[in-house]
Design a protein around this ligand. Structure first.
Ligand SMILES: [Zn+2]
Length: 439
């Protein structure tokens, strides 16, 4: 039963990742190769008496099987800007390995805007070739303004333009029967929005263990269309989640610096100063406290929590802070330790490697990638070992009381009240619509 619920997030099918992009490439390459093999496979059987030889020759000859230049594969990927992100880090996640493209963006009057307008939540889409060379890039400089970069015969071209229509707003409601993704699928809510829902409410609802049959969600979200064609998933504007009889709200509010944030109706920030889990879409494989150690074969204190996740999964900083150390650390393997406000430190161990720019003394922002799940040090398989210390004392990161992030600032209070009451009315209308009834 626990395993079934733990799968709630693991089912996210649209998680962009290198494996999915690779799969497309292999498929494209594999098809012609298999066809050739099949042709050769037919030939030996042709010697069996009773089969006319003429047919055999035809089968071998098939002229269309001569090596045809397959169209070079194009890989498409899309990523959202995270807090503390850089263009280089985004390129990395999108699979772009193209120093000339980066050089172009830096030197180009239009392209340069990307460095100034890297706002968390905005979308970047890229098409790349087999070697990671950039073929095309699309970035939302603003919710309705696009920067487009295309590979040309000699270099790149760029342009920025307004999206031809304002974001379309969708209203949906769904009831949980088995999992979050099954419910959102049935209600026609895109996976990218379902993932945002899980993130926005993650501070109140543990989607691994606390989802209940009959839980209900209502959501208002944007989709971006250009000349009638859907080009990107937009943002959640407002949402309500009824979990186990308790109702939670999230309202999108942009501060005067252009940053999007989600707040409860009372103006408190939905984000926590610390993330509960530094690996997205993982499950806890070993809790805090005593356990039988799989390598040392004895009972010992487990001073952290283990999150099972595939090797290479991004590990993110649980909160803003300063990197104390990043490097090899005995049984911990490759580890990063971060000092946060107060006397809190967090430690991330068994990493396969470190994210670009992570070194002792550097600043990190909450949600910024710091490394990748691995199995270095004393580890039986890929997982993240995560420790949370206050004043040097180990705490259970899943249970320790976490401080909340900053509420809506006083100077924006009136504006927020107006936005929030509008959101409350809209959500009430959506929630009262008949829920999508699918098992
Ligand atoms: Zn551990």
């Amino acid at each position: 039963m626990h395993a079934e619920k733990a799968d709630i997030l693991a089912q996210a099918p649209s998680q962009p990742g290198p494996s999915r992009r690779l799969a497309v490439g292999f498929l494209l390459l594999a098809v012609p190769a298999l066809t050739v093999l099949t042709a050769f496979g037919i030939a030996p059987g042709a010697g069996v008496p009773g089969i006319e030889s003429a047919r055999v020759e035809q089968a071998i000859e098939l002229p269309s099987l001569e090596p045809q230049p397959a169209p070079p594969p194009r890989f498409t990927a899309q990523e959202r800007v995270m807090r503390g992100d850089t263009v280089a880090a985004l390129f990395d996640r999108l699979g772009i390995r193209d120093p000339r493209a980066m050089e172009f963006l830096r030197g180009d009057a239009t392209g340069r805007a990307i460095f100034r307008q890297l706002v968390p939540g905005r979308m970047m889409q890229a098409e790349t070739g087999t070697d990671g060379q950039l073929l095309s890039l699309r970035y939302f400089l603003a919710p309705t303004s696009l920067l487009e970069v295309d590979r040309a015969a000699d270099g790149f071209t760029s342009r920025s333009r307004a999206v031809s229509e304002p974001p379309r707003v969708f209203y949906r409601t769904a009831t949980i029967r088995s999992s979050l993704f099954a419910a959102t699928d049935a209600a026609g809510i895109p996976d990218a929005i379902a993932i945002q829902i899980a993130r926005v409410f993650a501070t109140d609802i543990d989607f691994h263990t606390e989802l209940r049959r009959g839980d209900r969600l209502s959501v208002v979200y944007e989709m971006i269309y250009d000349s009638g064609e859907l080009i990107a998933t937009g943002r959640i504007v407002a949402a309500e989640f009824v979990n186990d009889g308790r109702t939670y709200h999230a309202v999108l509010f942009s501060d005067d610096e252009g940053g999007d944030g989600y707040y409860s109706l009372d103006g408190s920030n939905r984000a926590k100063a610390f993330l509960r889990s530094p690996v997205e879409f993982s499950r806890v494989s070993s809790g805090f406290g005593g356990r039988f150690h799989p390598i040392f074969k004895n009972w010992r204190a487990h001073t952290g929590v283990d999150f099972a996740a595939p090797g290479g999964t991004r590990v993110i900083a649980a909160a803003d802070g300063t990197v104390v150390s990043a490097g090899g650390r005995g049984g911990y393997g490759n580890a990063v330790e971060i000092r946060h406000g107060g006397s809190i430190t967090t430690l991330y161990a068994h990493l396969s490697g470190f994210a670009r720019g992570i070194r002792a003394g550097g600043r990190v922002r909450q949600g910024e990638p710091i490394g990748y799940v691995g199995a270095t040090g004393f580890a039986t398989g890929p997982h993240l070992h995560y420790e949370f210390k206050i004043g040097g004392m180990h705490q259970d990161p899943l249970r320790v009381a976490l401080p909340k992030a900053e509420p809506v600032p006083a100077r924006l209070r009136d504006e927020f009240t107006r936005v929030a009451s509008q959101a409350r009315e809209t959500i009430a209308r959506v929630a009262s619509a008949p829920p999508a009834r699918f098992e």
